[in-house]
Design a protein around this ligand. Structure first.
Ligand code: HEC
Length: 490
């Protein structure tokens, strides 16, 4: 965590617990009622209230006063309010953050003994929308059965199928996800399945949901939700296509809370009346969440980096950006180099936090002309210094779907500025993925041949053990061998 010593700013801004007036005797005291409550209610209470994501409420003097020291630490470190996206060139919707002045003011208040002040001056709590944030959905669906989660143990990924049985294609403008137990649901990614495979997998597994999702079951991706996420409609009537007969899959990540809980998520779907006039797409750098980029991070490596670029074939208007990695993720970045050489910052995340997988939306469309080069970069930290590293001591981690494997990419969502050029945009993006796939195959082949030529079976075996030895005991257990066999068969 970065530490920013911001308290000195109090002096610069002339704010103090005892600001001297004209006469030495007129002191203005910073009080909760007048100065602190408005900042807390505006910036913290949306999550810090009952039935929301945060573990305690910040709704009155007592709530705030008893955590004064902790609060000043987390706001100076910019750990709270949680916000990870940065761009010097573009604004994001729903940005969360305190100004330096507000941080300094809270610091002064804490240092000066946290006066309560005149209770009648406490502002009213903001009016929060209870229930559906986007109004009554067109269709409300929910998990069939509750999923029981233990009190303690590793995080769990689980996929839940919700059959829709729609008899015609629909267009989704927004999905509002409402976790049953906010204390255990970290994030959920949404897919649809037209093959019936996911239903089958769910039925085969005696516990609600199923574990691993093969790519065949994900016919398409339709967004996601993370703690703190605010549901939003896509801009300008854009919509996700939902083919008739699709099942919805919620791919949910759980973090046990210390108490046994049962999760029953509810989902509201908002459809558009008619098909959208325009389609949108995303470019992922590197593609397939890094599956083709040969992610394989040595133990102790603190700056493992993968980069990928893509040159836009047509003018586009970007509207959203998101990134993905697991616990070892450290930094992500996407920049745009315009044809005239100007460099624009689309997204920087310097302090990736696995818990906040947000999908950021730009305040206005970002216009990027044909010939713009997009550069994506993901950096992982597999050293002991990464406090989120699940392995002590660190061990080699390769690409995979489980949360203790790694993934990584940055995704920019866009429309073609000229809708007639959308086909070309999508084709070039597909080519880019196909090319990455071809290179990955070639690299695997040459590594295998090299090892073979050296007659070095030992080397190959060692690599296989390194990669699949999850418990790090130096040998492959039956389960690990099974995973290895499946992965190498692919
Ligand atoms: C978008 C939701 C959200 C907002 C807004 C938010 N918090 Fe939090 N806060 C959380 C969650 C979730 C946790 C618990 C998980 C964690 O620590 O990341 C938390 C934890 C905390 C903690 C405990 C940290 C610890 O290490 O134990 C403090 C203190 C805190 N928040 C203060 C604040 C303050 C002060 C604000 C406003 C300036 C604020 N939060 C705004 C969601 C939020």
């Amino acid at each position: 965590m970065k530490f920013k010593n911001i308290r000195y700013l109090a002096l610069v801004f002339g704010i103090g617990a005892s600001v001297q007036g004209e006469g030495a005797s007129t002191k203005q005291t910073i009080t909760f009622s007048e100065h602190i409550a408005p900042i807390v209610f505006e910036n913290c209470t949306s999550c810090h209230r009952p039935n929301e994501a945060a573990p305690f409420s910040l709704m009155n003097y007592r709530d705030v006063q008893k955590r004064g020291e902790l609060i000043i630490t987390v706001i100076e470190d910019q750990y709270m309010p949680p916000w990870h996206a940065r761009s010097k060139d573009y604004e994001f919707q729903g940005h969360r953050g305190l100004s330096e002045k507000e941080i300094a003011l809270i610091g002064e208040w804490v240092d000066s003994g946290m006066a309560e002040g005149d209770l009648s001056k406490v502002p009213a709590l903001p009016k929060f929308t209870e229930g559906w944030q986007l109004g009554v959905p067109d269709l409300v669906i929910s998990m069939k059965d509750g999923y029981p989660l233990y009190a303690e143990g590793p995080d769990i990924y689980r996929n839940f199928v919700i059959p829709l049985d729609l008899d015609e294609d629909r267009w989704i403008q927004a999905i509002e996800f409402r976790p049953g137990k906010r204390s255990i649901v970290h994030h959920s990614l949404f897919y649809y399945d037209t093959t019936g495979e996911a239903r089958k997998r769910d039925a085969e597994d005696p516990v609600p949901g199923f574990k691993r999702m093969a790519s065949a079951e994900k016919s398409g991706s339709i967004g996601g939700w993370a703690v703190g996420g605010i549901p939003r409609k896509l801009p300008d009537g854009l919509a996700y296509h939902l083919p008739k007969g699709s099942d919805i899959i919620l791919s949910t990540h759980f973090h046990p809370s210390g108490k046994e809980e049962t999760e029953l998520s509810i989902v509201g779907l908002y459809f558009s009346k008619e098909p959208p006039k325009q389609r949108f797409t995303g470019i992922q750098l590197p593609p397939a969440f890094g599956a083709l980029a040969g992610v394989n991070i040595p133990a102790g490596e603190s700056n493992y980096t993968k980069k990928d670029s893509f040159v836009l074939p047509v003018d586009v208007k970007a509207f959203g950006i998101s990134s993905h990695a697991h616990y070892l993720g450290k930094r992500m970045k996407m920049t745009a180099t315009l044809p005239d050489g100007e460099l624009k910052e689309l997204l920087t995340i310097d302090d990736w936090d696995f818990s906040w997988q947000e999908q950021y939306r730009y305040e206005d469309y970002v216009f990027l002309p044909a010939g713009t080069r997009l550069d994506g970069e993901v950096v992982w930290d597999n050293s002991e210094d990464n406090i989120n590293n699940p392995n002590t001591p660190p061990k080699r981690v390769a690409w995979g779907r489980e949360s203790d494997d790694e993934m990584g990419s940055v995704t920019l969502q866009m429309v073609a500025a000229n809708p007639s050029e959308f086909g070309r945009l999508r084709k070039e993006i597909r080519n880019h993925t196909a090319e990455a796939s071809r290179k990955a195959r070639a690299a695997r082949f040459s590594r295998g041949r090299q090892a073979g030529q050296e007659g070095n079976r030992g080397e190959i075996l060692k690599r296989i053990v390194d990669r699949f030895d999850k418990d790090g005991d130096g040998i492959l257990s039956t389960a690990e061998r099974e995973t290895a066999r499946k992965a190498l068969d692919r």
